[in-house]
Design a binder for this molecule. Structure first.
Ligand code: CDP
Ligand code: ZN
Length: 159
């Protein structure tokens, strides 16, 4: 099979943390995402989509949250590591599409910077990474601003 697709999903709890980082971009907000790493749900979802596309496990296996080496690290490190790993297995990355599910803050202004950052880390052209946003119409835990979630798909191909 020359082309393969993968899906990734992640959710983290919002809490009184000082920093909200999505797609590697620091976003001003009164709450932040709680996680072992920096809680960057978008980077986690994309990492899982890439690993899933190649049938090579998942982020939790590759970077266990019991491992203190990953405490507080930038999740862009996970993305970079996953990209290196799948390239070593002969895969190249096609494109990434994604959604961030967040009631607040307004993320639209930050999408270009997230796209550029993720593309740079993955070593692909910026127009091959797309990030979109959805509120949850004030419904559920995302709508209540208790969590932010992200989902992503990745296309990979054999070189
Ligand atoms: O209009 P619709 O219900 O489809 O979408 P929405 O979830 O109400 O989002 C409206 C617009 O706000 C879209 O352009 C989203 O990309 C943007 N948005 C955002 O900038 N930040 C969020 N946290 C959620 C949505
Ligand atoms: Zn996560």
């Amino acid at each position: 099979m020359k082309f393969r697709i993968g899906i990734g999903y992640d959710l983290h709890r919002l809490g009184p943390s000082t920093s909200l980082i999505l797609g590697g971009v620091q976003i001003p907000h009164e709450k932040g995402l709680i996680g072992h790493s920096d809680g960057d749900v978008l980077s986690h979802a994309i990492t899982d989509a890439l690993l899933g596309a190649c049938g090579l496990g998942n982020i939790g296996e590759m970077f266990p949250d019991t491992d203190n080496r990953y405490k507080g690290v930038s999740s862009l490190k996970f993305l970079r590591h996953a990209a290196d790993f799948i390239r070593k297995k002969g895969y190249e990355i096609g494109n990434i599409d994604s959604n961030i599910l967040a009631q607040r803050p307004k993320l639209l202004p930050y999408f270009p910077e997230m796209q550029a950052k993720i593309a740079e880390v993955l070593g692909i052209p910026p127009n091959n990474v797309h990030v979109k946003g959805k509120t949850m119409e004030h419904l559920g835990i995302v709508g209540a601003e208790e969590a932010i979630a992200a989902e992503a798909v990745a296309l990979v191909f054999l070189e």
